[in-house]
Structure formats: structure tokens, C-alpha cells
Write a protein that binds this ligand. Structure first.
Ligand code: SF4
Ligand code: SF4
Length: 345
């Protein structure tokens, strides 16, 4: 199939994984990525291994990226967007970046546009108002870059940290009823890593319930949960005082409101749909949540339009990689069935 080219929109884990799978079958791919970097959100995640690997999946993104960058069948254009595309085969697209506008002819399309992070500025937690309230993604970046946790206000190590789960997920007031699936596992692993680096740091973990997705997570959670103060409540507010942050929440056991001083708060923000223009251009169906409807395999194999990864709904890094590979296998089936038509002419 060396004469075939597939357009992939999105250079996150799913898009890269699809491209690598297609390359194994000698299919060329052109990846159009609107941001300046490859690997999607997962590329900024840090390794959470303390004594041993805790299966956070962050290295999957790095591995895919390294392979894709050196694969001659894969061309990645960052800072680029699709301006136009025909919604049926043969696919003709126009892409654009700062330097140029260019035409793309391709035999199939995979939409792997990923997700948008919930912006917690609308919640009463002082995000962007108080220096020491940050998101879980900002914490990932901090630990990846500095290999330690520091309060943004004075660069000192915090003595007491609160993780607040489900910020922007499972929230009826926002009509975001879905679970983002990745944040419990990621926050628990992060809390364990912080404890390992600084055993005296006190960690509070505010949650609705712990979602247990991913391989071996249950046994891992059992081992570390006693090192963390687990509080089954979602805080009402965060205030800033001259001593630090003050978290208010309702204690269900005592039926009383509690005020808890902390040095730093980490908001586990939700995964929300990425309202990418490509969805409209290709007339893709979406769910009430806004995520792309999982294409029925038979329909996709007729149309040549596929979707993969978290554009279909929240999923962890491993699932996103599997989803990309699975979309690529469907594309190969489609290309096999349409081989004789030589769409590119
Ligand atoms: S899976 Fe996570 S913890 Fe394990 S080695 Fe990879 S990045 Fe580190
Ligand atoms: S994974 Fe956990 S923190 Fe994330 S939305 Fe689901 S329950 Fe909330």
C-alpha cells in the first residue's frame, strides 16, 4: 500500500499510534497538529515511578513520539490547521500554518483531535487568583521540569497539599456528567510520588469516589491510601489568608463545616470535548456530551473517515494508543477494499 496516504488530524498519542501502525503497513501519513508540540497533553506528563514503575503510561507518549519523528512514512506539521476538506472520498484538503498554505490529497482521514482541559477559573477555588492553586496538568509540568514540588508563591516545598478531584467532571451545574477517567489514578500516583520524595508532606485528598481504571490500580491504591488523608467530600471554597490557603468543606461524618489550612491546592481538572472545526467539516456525529460518536465500523469502512482517542470521550494514555492503533487497522481494511480505485489518481 505504499501509494496510499492517510491524513491524521491531531499529533497526540492516538494520532501518533495510528500513524505508526499504518507505517508498519507501508502507508504514508500526514499529521496536522494545531499546537506547537507533538504528543498532545500526555507529552507533558511526568514519570511517577518511585521505587518501581507505577504504570502511569506517560512514557507511552514519549516512545510513540520518538518513533514517529524518525519514521520516513510519517510527516508531522505542527502549528497547522485544516482550513478546508471534502467530506467524502477522494479527500482533498487545504492546510495552513504561518509559513504557507498547502494542498493535501489523501485516501482516508483519521480525526484524533483529543480533548480540551476544563478551565477551573469559574469554580470557587481561586484558580489564577491565588498563586498556590494549580491544576494537575500544571503540577505534572512542574515535576517534569524541576523534579520537585514547589509553591509558585515562594518556590519553597509545601508542607501540606490538597488534591481536589472532579473539578469540571461529574458536575451537574456544568452539565458535565461524565467521569474523566484519568484523574483519580493520576492524582493518587502523584500523591504517592510526592510522599516518596518528601515523606513529611501532609496530603489531603478530596474526592467523590475513587475511579479504579487501569491495570493493577486497585492493588496499588490499597498500598498507598493509608499514607494520604482521604476525605470523601468536595470543597465548597478556597480562600487565601496571610498564612496560606483555607479550604472549606462539609464533613459528612460529623455533619459539620470544616476549615482546613493548606499550603497548596491541586485541582484535578476534567477532560472536555475539543470543539474542533474538522468535526463540522467532515459532518461527524457527536454525542450530547459533545464528544464524537464512536463511528460504526461498517459506516467508517464505507466512508473512509475514522476517529480515535479522547476525541471520542475520556480515556487514559494506554487506551488512546490502543484506539489509534485500532482506527489504523480499520483504515487498512478500508484501503484494502478501495485499493483498485486508486483514489489519488
Ligand atoms: S509507565 Fe509511568 S511510572 Fe512507569 S516508567 Fe513509564 S512513565 Fe514511569
Ligand atoms: S477519574 Fe476520579 S477525579 Fe476524575 S472525574 Fe472520575 S471520579 Fe472524578
Amino acid at each position: 500500500m505504499s501509494d496510499k496516504t492517510v491524513l491524521i488530524v491531531g499529533a497526540g498519542v492516538a494520532g501518533l499510534s495510528a500513524a505508526l501502525q499504518l507505517s508498519k503497513n507501508s502507508v504514508k501519513t500526514i499529521i496536522i497538529e494545531k499546537s506547537s508540540f507533538h504528543g498532545g497533553h500526555a507529552a507533558s506528563f511526568t514519570c511517577k515511578a518511585a521505587e518501581k514503575c507505577v504504570k502511569c503510561g506517560a512514557c507511552i507518549a514519549e516512545d510513540k513520539l520518538k518513533k514517529a519523528k524518525t519514521d520516513d512514512n510519517i510527516k508531522i506539521f505542527t502549528n497547522s490547521v485544516i482550513k478546508k476538506i471534502s467530506a467524502a472520498a477522494p479527500f482533498k484538503a487545504v492546510a495552513e500554518n504561518k509559513a504557507k498554505r498547502f494542498d493535501i490529497s489523501c485516501d482516508a482521514v483519521i480525526t484524533a483531535t483529543g480533548f480540551t482541559l476544563f478551565n477551573p477559573a469559574s469554580k470557587p477555588y481561586g484558580y489564577k487568583k491565588f498563586d498556590n492553586v494549580i491544576t494537575n496538568f500544571e503540577l505534572e509540568n512542574m515535576i517534569r521540569e524541576k523534579n520537585q514540588i514547589q509553591k509558585p508563591s515562594d518556590k519553597k516545598n509545601p508542607n501540606k497539599i490538597a488534591f481536589i478531584q472532579c473539578v469540571g467532571s461529574r458536575d451537574a451545574s456544568l452539565n458535565h456528567l461524565w467521569c474523566s477517567k484519568t484523574c483519580c489514578g493520576s492524582a493518587i500516583r502523584m500523591a504517592a510520588l510526592i510522599k516518596d520524595k518528601n515523606p513529611d508532606t501532609e496530603i489531603l485528598f478530596f474526592y467523590i469516589d475513587i475511579q479504579n481504571f487501569g491495570k493493577d490500580f486497585a492493588s496499588y491504591y490499597k498500598k498507598i491510601k493509608d499514607k494520604i488523608k482521604m476525605i470523601r467530600s468536595i470543597p465548597a471554597d478556597i480562600f487565601e489568608t496571610d498564612k496560606g490557603l483555607l479550604i472549606t468543606y462539609f464533613d459528612k461524618k460529623t455533619d459539620k463545616p470544616i476549615e482546613e489550612p493548606v499550603d497548596m491546592a491541586i485541582l484535578s481538572v476534567g477532560i472536555t470535548p475539543n470543539n474542533s472545526e474538522i468535526v463540522q467539516m467532515l459532518n461527524l456525529k457527536t454525542e450530547n456530551t459533545g464528544f464524537i460518536s464512536k463511528p460504526k465500523i461498517n459506516e467508517a469502512i464505507k466512508s473512509g473517515i475514522f476517529a480515535a482517542g479522547a476525541a471520542l470521550g475520556p480515556m487514559d494514555i494506554e487506551e488512546a494508543a490502543a484506539s489509534g492503533a485500532s482506527a489504523a487497522l480499520c483504515v487498512l481494511k478500508y484501503l484494502g477494499e478501495h485499493n483498485s480505485k486508486n483514489i489519488n489518481g
